[in-house]
Design a protein around this ligand. Sequence first.
Ligand SMILES: [Zn+2]
Length: 403
Amino acid sequence: MQPSDPQRELRDIDSINRPWSCHLCGVGSVMPVPGFSYLKRVTSDCRPFRRGGALGVCRSCASVVKRVDAAWEREVEEIYAGYDIFHQADGNEQLIYAGDDGAASFRSDPLVDRIQRLLPLPQKGRLLDVGCGKGAFLSAWSRSRPDWILEGHDVDGQTREVVEAIPGVARMHAGSLDAIEGGFDLVSMVHVLEHIADPVATLRDVRGLVTNEGWLFVEVPHFVERAFDLLVADHCSHLTPDSLGRVLAGAGFETVALSDAWNAKEVSGVFRPAARASDRITVDEAPSFPEAFFAVARALAWLEGTLSLADRMRTRASFGVFGTSIGATWLASSVARPVDFFVDEDPNRQGRRHLGKPVLAPEEVPEDSTVFMCLPHPQAADVSNRLTPPKQVWRALLPPAPL
Ligand SMILES: [Zn+2]
């Protein structure tokens, strides 16, 4: 081990505690929230990632953001170089389990349904999905509105072949949004905005692609309901319904609907072009900086408590983690002793390996095992109740209650 260098440690502490300027409003200084640098991180495609970076809250707009600098850009480049979304399920979109019966559906299907019930959309129209990845949202739209002309966009063309094979997709664009011809009835950005270093500028470009009567749909993760999102190294903005609405207003959109109830643990919003774009994010409703700061501090403390509980319980023989997504990946790569297996309800993920460990179906878990339900607390309790048959042979361990 290297002898400690007090000067260097002081410099590190100083750099962690130094405020930086907010990439959302462009005017505020961001106060770092202590505790973040102690936790390991994870990538948005569910791979473990080292400690580092900084997380804080903007004093002006109260948004929760990472420090976006050259070091962050380099990390993101490194992450995207090996990016493989939904690799745990061989490329199939994540399944969500909703309702009392826990019926499974693809994450995009209920969204498409919701948007179509809310908006007076034409029978035949044009949709552009920005940040389309492997085309999960485009596939869901195409199943529901086969007469629409669909286009996809992503930073590079890696997934072009897969996306252009989806029925209804005319083409997939890569690179700058400027090169795309506008006139779309709907533009969607599903789990995209949180990755973008300059989201307001990107949204202004999107504003030019939507017709004046058109709509924009945005969905981002909600860190208040899903603390694990704060640990995603390539997510630089952690938006709430409040801050998402302000960012969109700053880019020239007005809110039609904004909710954290459409999809559990997500913030979803429908917007339309405003008559006149404002110059910067409006802060009329004076968001509360202390409230946002304590929400982040509570979330980080809950994550630390979750890890410490798992470490204490890991002494038991046959220990597994429920899930193979962000939270489970983070926990399994953070506990002092490696876990023995993962458990997942998604048949596309069962029988495969994640972080070198087998992914079991709930009924395959060995007798007397302990399974840590690495999910937000209410959901962990729901899933655990649902999976507990009369003769349950394994113990479900819940994370700490929210603070
Ligand atoms: Zn700000």
